[in-house]
Design a protein around this ligand. Structure first.
Ligand SMILES: Cc1cc2nc3c(=O)[nH]c(=O)nc-3n(C[C@H](O)[C@H](O)[C@H](O)COP(=O)(O)O)c2cc1C
Length: 238
């Protein structure tokens, strides 16, 4: 573990970390540092990673291809490899991670943490609508479209929600930034009616309590590590 983590006890995880996105903000970093907080900045490429650290972020969340919400297009292998060539601070990897098997994979690549988003939408505690949760359960990576049409920034969304909102997910035009207006109907419907989700949702078979899902992640993680230590590969996963 990098020396960074020695500053924290596990109980410190209760402290809400600041997770910033869309342009590193030095003043947010300073404010977080004043209360003893740490800032992890979302980045979709190595250039933004460098800028985030230069502006005072403590750690990085590498948002690789296939992540839910606003996501990049970089392979996690390329992204972590490039960031780890110069950065030895805390690094989380996100993008399509939904099983415990993927967590040692992220660690082996060089990440300290695996960062999971979409899979938690299909938990009892999530405030998403029941239809949204069922759409996650019923979809896989083929059911996800990557577009900048709805918010002006590229992201991954459930095709079924795009269809329900009256759009053809296979024929969405590119967004025109010069005409972007976040007050217009199209943008207002993002997240409420146009549902974000990453490509990893094929691993999610039903809605369940978050604790059950975390327990499953833990079990899969242990089994994956044991298999790797024995040189075994799974016949199937999920
Ligand atoms: C519906 C949705 C909304 C999101 N909103 C944000 C956000 O406001 N800020 C942010 O930094 N990341 C946001 N994310 C991205 C997550 O923080 C995380 O990077 C991503 O979900 C990880 O990929 P995964 O969904 O494939 O696990 C969002 C993701 C989803 C699915």
């Amino acid at each position: 573990m990098p020396r960074f983590w020695n500053r924290f006890r596990w109980t410190d995880i209760r402290v809400k970390p600041a997770d910033t996105v869309a342009g590193a903000q030095p003043e947010i970093n300073q404010a977080a540092h004043q209360y003893g907080g740490v800032v992890f900045h979302d980045v979709i490429n190595n250039t933004f990673a460098g800028k985030a650290i230069d502006k005072g972020a403590d750690g990085l969340i590498a948002v690789a291809a296939g992540a839910g919400g606003h996501a990049g297009t970089k392979s996690p292998f390329a992204l972590v490899q490039e960031i780890r060539s110069w950065f030895d601070g805390p690094l989380a990897l996100s993008g399509s991670i939904a099983t415990g098997d993927a967590i040692p994979a992220a660690q082996a690549e060089g990440a300290d943490l695996a960062y999971i988003g979409s899979a938690f939408i299909a938990t009892d505690e999530a405030r998403a609508s029941p239809d949204y949760k069922q759409a996650i359960v019923g979809s896989d990576s083929d059911g996800v479209v990557y577009t900048d049409f709805f918010s002006g920034i590229h992201g991954n969304y459930l095709k079924s929600s795009v269809v329900a909102a009256g759009f053809d997910p296979e024929a969405l035009p590119a967004s025109d930034p010069t005409k972007m207006n976040f007050g217009e109907d199209r943008s207002a419907r993002v997240w409420k009616d146009i549902w974000g989700a990453g490509q990893g949702i094929g691993a999610i078979g039903h809605v369940r309590p978050a604790a059950d899902y975390v327990a499953r992640l833990r079990q899969q993680y242990s089994e994956a590590r044991r298999r790797l230590s024995l040189g075994q590969t799974p016949a199937r996963n999920g």
